[in-house]
Design a protein around this ligand. Structure first.
Ligand code: ZN
Ligand code: ZN
Length: 264
């Protein structure tokens, strides 16, 4: 893994994966399997962020508490906002209850913050392959607004889903990944308005860790104070290594139900 943004050594900090989907939404692992895998990979904090719901994250939290899993489980949701007939995802973290889909971006931001939650922009300006994202123009609009309710707490500088869909092109000739070029450039330009730099896997299968957020001490404070780093795989070998680690874990732990067989 390479630190593509940040100041502190990720070797000595903690790591979080803050955008993960379960089989109660459009993923394939159960909330419990996600916790088990994250624990095996020694990730310190995860957020389950299923589409327009929080109960999969609540199920995962119950499992963490019951089994004393040493993981901070963040209740999250990837919320489908709608503006002028166009849909775009927005991640809410540290939520108490689900937020209705198809509301405007200002209304969604207001509801996230009213719950004491944090709002993260996922896969910015990635408008292909079924990703519902804010375009660059829309992002610029929201960043220039005078509305004090319209603000973001974090921005995905790297999204594992983008790395995954584009993997063949990205790693040709073992060149460093390019999928985060737009996000990294945009983040550097507008850092003070975008909040913390976030790296997340957007895993729908076993691809946890394809991007990570580095932090120290308390996760919520680290995001609020924009004291984070972003890590992503640097080579095709690192990219596939994550896959092998996850696959080996499921084989070894004999989670070989009909469901997990077609994960591979
Ligand atoms: Zn999304
Ligand atoms: Zn997602």
């Amino acid at each position: 893994m390479k630190e593509i943004y940040g100041q502190f050594d990720p070797e000595y900090g903690k790591k979080a994966d803050l955008h993960i989907h379960s089989n109660l939404s459009d993923g394939t692992l159960s909330p419990q399997q996600i916790v088990d895998l994250a624990s095996h990979l020694e990730i310190d904090a995860i957020a389950i962020t299923d589409h327009d719901m929080v109960h999969p994250a609540e199920i995962a939290r119950e499992y963490v508490e019951k089994n004393n899993v040493p993981i901070e489980l963040v209740i999250g949701s990837e919320i489908t906002t709608e503006t002028n007939g166009k849909r775009a995802h927005l991640i809410g973290l540290f939520l108490d209850s689900p937020i209705a889909k198809h509301q405007s971006v200002p209304k969604t931001l207001y509801e996230i913050h009213r719950q004491g939650g944090l709002a993260i922009i996922p896969h910015a300006n990635f408008l292909h392959m079924g990703f519902s994202s804010f375009s660059e123009a829309e992002l610029n609009n929201y960043l220039q607004t005078d509305d004090p309710e319209v603000y973001f707490d974090g921005f995905e500088v790297s999204n594992g889903g983008l790395l995954l869909v584009a993997k063949r092109k990205l790693f040709q000739g073992k060149a460093p990944p390019k999928a985060y070029d737009f996000a990294l450039k945009f983040y550097r330009q507008h850092q003070e308005k975008l909040g913390a730099a976030i790296g997340s896997s957007d895993a729908h299968r076993m691809t946890l860790e394809l991007s990570l957020t580095g932090y120290e001490d308390d996760l919520k404070s680290a995001i609020t104070n924009a004291q984070t780093s972003v890590m992503a795989p640097d080579t095709y070998e690192e990219f596939t290594d994550q896959y092998s680690k996850a696959k080996d874990f499921f084989i070894q732990s004999e989670i070989q139900s009909e469901r997990s067989r077609h994960l591979f």
